[in-house]
Ligand binder design. Structure first.
Ligand SMILES: Cc1cc2nc3c(=O)[nH]c(=O)nc-3n(C[C@H](O)[C@H](O)[C@H](O)COP(=O)(O)OP(=O)(O)OC[C@H]3O[C@@H](n4cnc5c(N)ncnc54)[C@H](O)[C@@H]3O)c2cc1C
Length: 475
């Protein structure tokens, strides 16, 4: 711990009280390492303010002391975005005590929540009011609204409703100098200068700390159908997606892809995971259709579409869920992919996107590039096919030690990246840049784009108080 940080801690304690600060090593440990186990930092303290005013005072004091602050929500970042430095010089600010749902307004179709509310709790509050918060990710039980917005999370329903950015109407943010900006508006239309809230969405804690948000809701679906399909190839999956989307784009709420490798990991490692289809398949598609329309007849439409897809050899088998429990069991097969991959061994993750029509080409070419680079590497692509977003993940070869495999992570990411660049894609579709990927920014976002990002950072956080070392590469 630096002298400046040591001197700051008692001052922070006077602001947030004993309940609002953790300094014991065993209490701090869970806040100092990331979900994937890639980074082990060392926070000098974890500060847990109860409201925006206390947080503002904390940030002001930290700025005056020259101590940097790492905002943290549920700490489920896939790119080490919420991990502090390992020299004990930084403090973590956890939003977890700011966890009130302030209001749900079914007529306005809005929900106002504090940053520390988990995504799942916000979904449940919306459902109680007869509405749907149409944002869903596998980490929703832990990820918090502040983190979800700071990373512009995507997830399963982006294909229908867009990502987190598309759902934000208003924000409250503590700025790097300790000012509280209250932009908690509920307006569908508001063209009054630069759209500040969108600047903070996706900024990964580097421009301001989100303390509350107003999010859009939609009417709750009255009919939902889920089907797991065995597909012979990614090309066939694309045809199935196109078929469903052209038939009724408004009802396609999710279209997820899984390779047979990842499905094998889930069935092997996740207790209670069961396969509803007869025979294993090299590829799977998970389809969810939903609609708020009365008497829409989604079941009949889905059955007709799957029959036609079977005739056209786009699928080889399919199972439609008959109950809520069966729907959940099918989703479990998809949602547990990240956890199953973790249990299988070491992995290198690429959260990439390309135009939807080019997903099959992405999977074929990136698979070939990885196999050429490292014989025996296990290719585990899965994800949000309908958004063109594939988690092109790689698992260590069976005969290679984890450390040896992970030492080559940049080589592997760059091999996949070369294919993605050629397909006009992005190296981070929804997980962000964090601590893992700033080195990629000059290649992918160099020139005017990176220059403008640096100017924005300088304007909003000239002292570099907020989340240093994340998103932007060193100058
Ligand atoms: C199993 C699993 C599945 C996942 N699936 C998806 C998925 O489908 N789609 C997807 O997009 N992501 C997914 N993720 C990634 C992750 O869950 C999301 O990025 C999530 O939005 C992060 O929320 P969090 O609260 O855990 O944020 P954290 O991990 O705590 O923080 C993430 C970043 O946001 C910053 N931050 C946190 N809170 C605030 C705040 N209040 N104000 C400002 N900055 C803040 C942090 O400094 C950090 O840079 C998944 C992760 C896991 C572990």
């Amino acid at each position: 711990m630096t002298d400046a940080t040591a001197a700051l801690i008692p001052r922070l304690r006077t602001v947030v009280g004993e309940a609002g600060i953790l300094t014991e090593a065993q209490d701090i440990a869970p806040f100092s390492q990331d979900w994937r186990g890639l980074y082990r930092g060392r926070a000098a303290a974890v500060v847990r303010p109860a409201n925006a005013a206390d947080l503002a005072a904390v940030i002001k004091l930290a700025g005056e002391a020259g101590v940097s602050v790492v905002p943290q929500g549920g700490n489920t970042s896939m790119v080490g975005g919420a991990v502090p430095a390992d020299d004990g010089s930084e403090i973590v600010v956890s939003l977890s005590r700011m966890n009130r749902v302030r209001a749900v307004e079914p007529v306005d179709l809005t929900i106002t929540v504090e940053a520390g509310v988990t995504l799942k709790a916000a979904q449940e509050a919306a459902a109680e009011a007869g509405c749907l918060l149409p944002l869903s990710i596998a980490a929703e039980g832990t990820a918090q609204i502040g983190g979800v917005l700071a990373t512009n999370a995507g997830g399963n329903n982006t294909v229908r409703y867009g990502n987190a950015r598309d759902l934000v109407l208003g924000l409250e943010v503590v700025l790097a100098d300790g000012t509280v900006w209250n932009g908690l508006r509920k307006l569908r239309k508001d063209n009054t200068g630069y759209c500040l809230r969108q600047l903070f969405v996706g900024s990964e804690g580097t421009l301001g700390i989100i303390t509350a948000a107003v999010l859009k809701l939609v009417p709750r679906p009255l009919e939902t159908e889920v089907a797991l399909c065995a597909v012979p190839s990614p090309e066939a999956a694309l045809k199935l997606f196109t078929r469903l989307h052209q038939a009724d784009p408004a009802s396609v709420q999710a279209f997820e892809y899984m390779a047979g490798t990842g499905m094998g990991f889930v069935l092997r490692h996740i207790p209670g995971a069961t396969m509803p289809l007869q025979a294993p398949s090299p590829h799977y598609a998970l389809v969810e259709l939903a609609t708020p329309r009365v008497g829409a007849g989604l079941r009949a439409a889905l059955e007709a579409a799957l029959e036609a897809a079977l005739d056209a050899e786009e699928i080889t088998d399919a199972a439609i869920a008959e109950s809520g429990a069966q729907r959940a069991a099918m989703w479990k097969l998809r949602e547990e992919h990240a956890e199953a991959q973790k249990r299988e061994g070491a992995s290198v993750k690429n959260d990439v996107s390309v135009p939807v029509s080019r997903v099959p080409e992405l999977i074929a070419r990136a698979s070939a590039a990885c196999a050429a680079l490292m014989p025996g590497i296990r290719v585990v692509p899965f994800g949000h096919f309908g958004d063109g977003n594939i988690h092109f993940n790689l698992e260590q070869p069976l005969d290679m030690p984890a450390a040896e495999f992970l030492a080559r992570d940049h080589e592997i990411m760059d091999a996949v990246g070369a294919v993605v660049r050629d397909l006009d894609g992005s190296f981070s579709a929804e997980h962000g840049v964090g601590k893992l990927k700033p080195y990629m920014m000059p290649l992918w976002r160099g020139g005017a784009e990176l220059w403008a990002m640096r100017q924005i950072k300088l304007a909003l956080d000239p002292r570099g108080v907020l989340n240093p070392g994340k998103v932007l590469p060193p100058t």
